[in-house]
Design a protein around this ligand. Structure first.
Ligand SMILES: [Zn+2]
Length: 377
């Protein structure tokens, strides 16, 4: 394993590798008004470069030198999803090229499977019998599927508004589902309390520092797949901040290893109803919370904000908010002109790109939309 150390994104303290490491002991959960002390995994990139080419595998373990695990575990195969050209959409927006990173092809139809593959591997390495997470749906379904396949007991905490479709998936995978009386933030608090008390293995991406390492393989993979090894824009939905930040880290590592030619500008998109990261990145006054149908990203207290802010600054990125009506229209256009059924939350990517195109010329640019999931509620 080429992990050199873990570093707190808040105080900068260093810690040695431990598969059960969680939050920085000094910063903890941070409290109401402060960010939690989330750890970031660092590697020996000189050794990683020497270990190239990557393994000839069609899953996340292809990137083994850049993963915090001892070896590939017999988990469901996540990753190796296609980067699909969308010429009709590109033409409509005046782009040179547009690609859809089709994460709906993962085992449980969602990008979250990349994180779960690493979380499940670490759960096995640390001898856990029970795993848990809080989620509006996709992360919980992903964990439930991987746990079912491995024979681990799975406890999931979902908000009151989790859709019947998502509850049905959890049920089919045999997960023990705790439906909170409140929103995602409340389900998260309940998961943390029960999971910590029982010493279950956590798949809470916001706090577990290793799950981002699974998600970053989406960035590494995209960098390898892009013609010319470069894109101008990479656009993803933003809830807790983990996914886009992880993709940014993947691109930085691809650049470090000479796989990407340059860093793309990261563009994070939130629904207008819940957009705390937009005001935080732009330094404006937070917009009051309202409703949105994009439930997977309706996170009022983003826990991985520091990580995302860092990646946005490193890429001279952008945060945008789009109304639900624009998301619904974009979801339809993705099907009609892109040939992909994206879930509502994933359609914020096209709505965001359309908002950007209305503001600035995208002529000659190459963009990637990360279609994180395809589950329709
Ligand atoms: Zn700290």
């Amino acid at each position: 394993m080429l992990v050199t150390h873990l570093e707190c994104l808040r105080c900068g303290n260093h810690y040695s590798m431990d598969p059960r490491a969680y939050l920085c002991p000094r910063c903890g959960t941070g409290g109401e008004r402060a960010d939690p002390g989330i750890l970031d995994v660092h590697y020996d990139y000189v050794a990683a470069r020497r270990s190239l080419p990557f393994l000839a595998r069609n899953d996340v373990f292809r990137y083994m030198p850049l993963l915090p695990v001892r070896g590939a575990a017999p988990v469901l195969p996540a990753g190796a999803t296609p980067l699909v050209p969308a010429p009709k959409l590109a033409q409509r927006l005046g782009l040179a090229a547009l690609y859809l990173k089709d994460e709906t092809r993962n085992p449980t139809r969602c990008l979250k499977d990349r994180a779960t593959a690493i979380g499940a591997t670490l759960a096995l390495e640390s001898g856990a019998t029970d795993v848990y997470c809080a989620s509006a749906g996709n992360a919980a379904i992903s964990l439930a599927g991987f746990a079912a396949h491995l024979g681990l007991r799975c406890h999931v905490f979902v908000p009151s508004y989790a859709s019947p479709t998502r509850l049905d998936w959890l049920n089919r995978f045999g997960a023990q589902t705790h439906v909170s009386s409140g929103n995602y933030d409340q389900a998260f608090a309940e998961a943390e309390q029960t999971g910590t008390e029982n010493r279950w293995y956590s798949r809470n991406c916001a706090f577990n520092p290793f799950l981002v390492e699974g998600k970053k393989t989406c960035g590494l993979e995209t960098a390898e797949q892009l013609p010319g090894a470069a894109a101008d824009l990479v656009i993803a939905p933003v809830g807790d901040g983990c996914t886009l930040a992880a993709i940014g880290k993947g691109f930085r590592e691809a650049l470090e290893l000479g796989i990407a030619r340059r860093l793309p500008r990261l563009v994070g998109v939130q629904a207008e109803g819940v957009q705390p990261m937009v005001s935080r990145y732009r330094g404006g006054v937070p917009a009051p919370d309202a409703e949105t149908a994009a439930s997977s990203i309706a996170v009022r207290r983003p826990r991985n904000a520091l990580r995302l802010l860092g990646e946005l600054r490193a890429s001279h990125g952008e945060m945008l908010a789009v109304p639900d009506a624009a998301i619904a229209a974009a979801q339809q256009r993705l099907a009609e002109d892109g040939g992909i059924v994206a879930e509502f939350t994933s359609a914020v990517t096209l709505a965001g790109l359309e908002a950007l195109a209305a503001r600035e010329s995208l002529a000659g640019k190459t963009a990637v939309l990360v279609i994180t999931g395809g589950r329709l509620d």
